[in-house]
Design a protein around this ligand. Sequence first.
Ligand code: 5GP
Length: 218
Amino acid sequence: MADAREDDPHKFRRRGVLFVLSSPSGAGKSTIARKLLAAEPSLGMSVSATTRPMRPGEVDGKDYHFVDLERFREMVSNHEFLEWAHVFGHRYGTPRGPVEAMLKSGQDVLFDIDWQGAQQLYQIAGGDVVRVFVLPPSMEELHRRLTHRATDSMEVIEARMARAAAEVSHWDGYDYVLVNDDVERCFECVRTILAAERLKRSRQTGLIGFIRGLTTST
Ligand code: 5GP
C-alpha cells in the first residue's frame, strides 16, 4: 500500500514505512513517539479515533479524534478504518485517509496502536510494516510511572497493570522488542531501527534503475 518517495541518501525512490510503536501504557512510548516526530521531519503521525473520554490536557484532533459510539460505528461500516480494536472497554481505530495521504506525499507514518492493531496492519500491508514493542524495565517501575502520571484513578491504574501483563504476552508479534530503562537510549534505538528499515533493499524501488545506469555507463 505504501507509495514511493525520494528522501533517502541516494535519491532512490522507495516504499514508505508504516512504523508501529506499541507498549503497555506507561512504558514510555508516548515520549519516544514525540521525540521521534520532532527528530524526523519526513515521519507523520497517524491520529487514531477513539470512543474513550478525553483526559485532561488532551486535544481533540491532535491526541485523538474523540468520537461517540454512533460515529465510530458509522466509520467502521464506511470502511474508514485501516484497523480498529476494543482496548480497555473503548474502541480505537486508525483512519485510513490520512495514512494514505501521508504515504502519497512521501512521508513514513508512525502508529501508536496496540498489538491487535499491529497485527491487522501487518495483514494489510505486510512488508511495509515495522513493528516495535517497548517494554518497561519491570512491572514495579510501570506501576510507579502510572501512579506518578496521576491522570487516572487507582481503579484505572490497576486495570492498566492487569492489561499490561496481557499485552506483554504479545511480544512475539513484533519485529523489535526494546526495554525502556533509559528513555534517551531507547529513543536512539528506535531511531536507528527506523533509519535501517528505510535503507532496506526491498524498499528501494528506484535501485534497479540506478544499477542499470551504473552498469550501462561503463
Ligand atoms: P490510551 O487510552 O492510553 O491513549 O491508549 C490505550 C491503548 O490503545 C494504547 O495501547 C494505544 O496504543 C492503543 N491505541 C490507540 N489508538 C489505537 C488504534 O487506533 N488502534 C489500536 N488497535 N489501538 C490503539
